[in-house]
Ligand binder design. Structure first.
Ligand code: ADP
Ligand code: MG
Length: 303
């Protein structure tokens, strides 16, 4: 792709994201170079959003597949429709393409989340498709990938359950970019974009939601805290609670308790405690809430 076109893609995609200029530029450079890449980072950092924006901009499909222990090369490649095989016998016509063949044929991005959770044979199938850009499908023939076919994989560095340790020879075949959490201002922008928060009550809710969500990542008992998804839901839930309880102003006495209740709903399932921790998610959230509203009263003052 010509440099000018790529720069234009970058501008258009950037307009759909909050921040992430550097990550976007690096991912674009990798895929424009014809390379496949692993995005390493926790959930909720905008990986899918970025890939969706890039593929939509280019008018190519984004084919999603979740890497887990049940994934097999056959599921990835596709299968023959058994009912039709009975009638017609094996035929290229009654082949139902799996995500890999679909992405290769259509020139899309195959986005495999939790790549490191996939079994070895699945990883090998992908590596072969990446290296050769074609795949032999029994009774169908050779599927040649269109030039825009890419494999994008994601891995969560905090994920140490059920993962295959990838061999160095796998790593040697892949490009990689680590994508971490954004800063508070950017997360505040994401929350505003996704919730449409406006007005004094919702502005304050968005600020508080981002602050307490970020605090879940710092708490000593937490192995992995909540992404900005938790902050988005916190605002959406709190907005409804505020309407139910008739809270219209962040200075209202009922405001802090409202945030606490919304935190329980939006965050308790999103924080993963250390094995050794004795606290419950609710207790951790209560601590974070107290720290935010009671120990730092300036945070509770309007404005
Ligand atoms: N930089 C960003 N710009 C716009 N929205 C974002 C950004 N980062 C995260 N989001 C939003 O946060 C949520 C999670 O993002 P997502 O792309 O699904 O994360 P991931 O794929 O890394 O798990 C989505 O609602 C998404 O729209
Ligand atoms: Mg995702």
């Amino acid at each position: 792709m010509a440099g000018e076109d790529l720069a234009r893609t970058r501008e258009r995609v950037a307009a759909r994201l909050v921040g992430r200029e550097r990550e976007l530029e690096l991912v674009l450079a990798a895929v424009a170079a014809g390379r496949d890449i692993v995005l390493e980072g926790p959930p909720g950092v905008g990986k899918t959003t970025m890939l969706q924006a890039i593929t939509e901009e280019w008018g190519i499909p984004l084919v999603l597949v979740e890497g887990n222990a049940d994934l097999t090369p056959a599921k990835l490649i596709g299968h023959h429709n058994p009912a039709r095989v009975l009638q017609e016998g094996y035929d290229a016509d009654n082949f139902v393409p799996g995500p890999l063949v679909q992405a290769m044929r259509d020139g899309g991005f195959l986005y495999i989340e939790e790549f490191n959770r996939a079994p070895d044979d699945v990883i090998n199938t992908l590596l072969t498709a990446m290296a050769e850009r074609r795949i032999a499908v029994p009774r169908v023939g050779v599927v040649q990938a269109r030039p825009t076919f890419r494999v994008i994989a994601s891995m969560n560095p905090y994920d140490n359950v059920g993962t295959t340790r990838l061999s160095t020879s796998v790593h040697d075949r892949l490009n990689r970019l680590a994508i971490g959490y954004q800063d508070a201002a950017a997360e505040r922008g994401v929350v505003a974009l996704r919730t449409g928060a406006s007005g004094p009550l919702e502005d304050r809710l968005a600020d508080d939601a981002v602050a307490v969500t970020r605090a879940t990542r710092e708490h000593p008992d937490v192995r992995q805290g909540s992404s900005v998804r938790g902050a988005i839901d916190l605002v959406l839930v709190a907005r409804q609670l505020a309407a139910l309880r008739g809270v219209r102003d962040p200075g209202d006495d009922a405001y802090p308790a409202l945030v606490h209740d919304a935190m329980v709903v939006a965050l308790s399932g999103r924080i993963h405690l250390d094995e050794a921790a004795e606290a419950t998610p609710e207790q951790v959230l209560k601590e974070i809430w107290e720290d935010h509203f009671l120990l730092r009263p300036s945070a509770a003052a309007p404005g």
